[in-house]
Ligand binder design. Sequence first.
Ligand code: SF4
Length: 762
Amino acid sequence: MIDKIKDFLGVDIQEQKYKLSHDETFGMIADEKKPDKWVFSTCGYCGVGCGLYIGVKDGKAVYTKGNPKHFVNKGTLCPKGLSEHQMINSPHRVQTPLIKRNGALQPASWDEAFTQVSTEFKRIQKEYGNKAVAVIGTGQFLTEEFYTLGKFVQLGLQTNNYDGNTTLCMASAVMGYKQSLGSDGPTSSYEDFEKADTIFLVGANIADNHPILTLHINKNPQKKVIVIDPRASKTSQMADVYVPIKPRTDLALYNGLAYIILEQGWENEGYILANTNGIKALRKHLQDYPPQEVANITGIDVKTLYELAREFVANEKVMTAWTMGVNQSFMGTDTVSAIINLHLLTGHIGREGTGPFSITGQCNAMGTRETGFTSSLPGYRNYGDEAALKEYAQIVNVPEEIIPRERGYKYAEIIDAIDKGEIKALWITATNPLVSFVNQEKIRKTLAKLDLLVVQDAFLGDTALIADVVFAAATWGEKEGVYTNSERRCNKANKAVEPIGNAKSDFDIIVAFSKYFEGVNEMLFPNWSEPRDAFEEWRKVSKGQLCDYSGISYELLEEHGGIQWPCNEQFPLGSKRLYTEDIPFRTADKKAKLLCVEWHPMAEPANAAFPVILNTGRTVEQWHTRTKTRDIAILDNLAPEAWVDVNPNDAKKLKVKSGDRMSLSSPRGRVDDVVVRVTGSVREGTVFVPFHFNTQLVNRLTQESFCPKSGEPNFKQTAIQLHSQEVPQGLELKEQEVSGAIAHHKVVFEGVTFKEKVSSAQ
Ligand code: SF4
């Protein structure tokens, strides 16, 4: 009562609530949350890999603080990292296994859940073959969990139909590195952002998606930042030069820059001769990409093209960093190779401040790539390489015959195989395709055809809600292992609190589940009881491979706050960059490949019925499909729903202003009630919508167009229509202005490739 009166009179300053007290590690902190202990760990959201401490009080996570000594973030964290502890106690956590009974998910024991799933898996495999069971994984597991899951699925369940969310995110970078350099593996370090003279950021909105990376760029006093992006994102505001490129014309741009570099004799001949193959064929191929033609395609004028090419050679240290704008493309793999071509032509690779550098999306997208089973066998061993297969079989002591000779279906192929009735059971781990995958209507109908859908997750997301069985997983802060960030830095994540309710770590779930299959646990996980067992085997399996972890131990990670692979006897504290004099390219002749890669027009360009190009992406406040962030008030209140960025000229035609509501449609579906933001950050005829929200599910609109090499979806360009209240029929197709010899937009509409057009014009 006294408190209420004080409150009413305005004299209650909530002294107790806001009182500070001294903490030995961090100085003055909120007394109310002063932890009993701080647990050394790593952020579990994005691929930047910030080091942090989790504050624990009375057995609960109450604080997250950046690790001041960690190289990646030097004590800073972005809003998601700062509030990460709140995610652990989300009301949407799955606290116990669930089994669907009479149409509703009901709590069950672990034995009931494992028995039901293992019995069904065995029945299905007996009836339809081993490959009728498929698995779709994540970028969120710890490396030990990826290694354990992959081993169990491919060597235990004997199915190679195992792919993951990484294919929606990084697969094009993986395949681009592989086809150009001989192996997956990002070449550079964050330190290179600090040392480069020129930094190209292409299709990368790091200000929203990897905010802590901006610290490394800002530390660089002499840098010039060039942002190339169809959208003037927050990142473009930190650029010295912003180049607004037409959507999905990036590959033509990089080919065009390579043309100019060779035309002007700006290439590094010595480097090319000593380290690459393919220059002759590339020179010939690039004749299809003269500056005027590239200007027509990209919308970047010829003078700017020459200036950009000049920037690539004017200084000693040039790096290019990219993310989803490049990867999420139907030509993603080849676009990555076109970027790599530029670095090989100029010798900007393998040295301080240089390199083509992919920035990963999820906290351990790298771990899933390294431990393999999706795009390669563990340790980047290629499918079809018999010697590598034998070596792997020997290390892990299993018969060679059970190791797959070839990769199974990619993510989208798994969905298609379910649709065709070929795959009957699907096990999804820590990912939520009912928000994140393209063409939602199709995937929803397809998943309904399964005999069994198992979801292993810490949160009851949209996909878990339609599952037959849910395995209740522990989340970040409740389990131990390592994550590897974008710069190949392996970081330790520690357990701060016990898993909620009856949940188990993903490592424990897989090992326990394997016991329901005769002889499997004994063969694959003999005496394994903790993640360290998987890590020790992984060190042996990766030894001698590019991603060599043999020199890394848990203890060394805690001592040094993260170590970059390869780490071995030659590099006892890791390696800052790849393809230096000591680390050759991973091709047979140790030379990189200059590849002839071709630009193609979009399969579904803007047209009379759908004249607007939709671009999707992320915002700093939310994480993926919001399973982890929707219950964190400080984040969700800042971005509680999707919005659509509309150019002022289009807004005028649609008679809408910021704050109005609009609908979006494509040949695949419709999304209603999306709030309008009128902004010059998007070009006329294009819009941007964040993909996180199941309420305004923008992936109802996106198309099934995939990179044929990586399987990555072309999330970034979808032809849509906008419907406002005043103009429900939407926009009319704008006539495109065309200059120069090639009428690019005519090429698009006629469905004729650029090369064919060039040939026919000659
Ligand atoms: Fe976590 Fe990424 Fe934010 Fe760092 S930048 S705190 S790793 S979400």
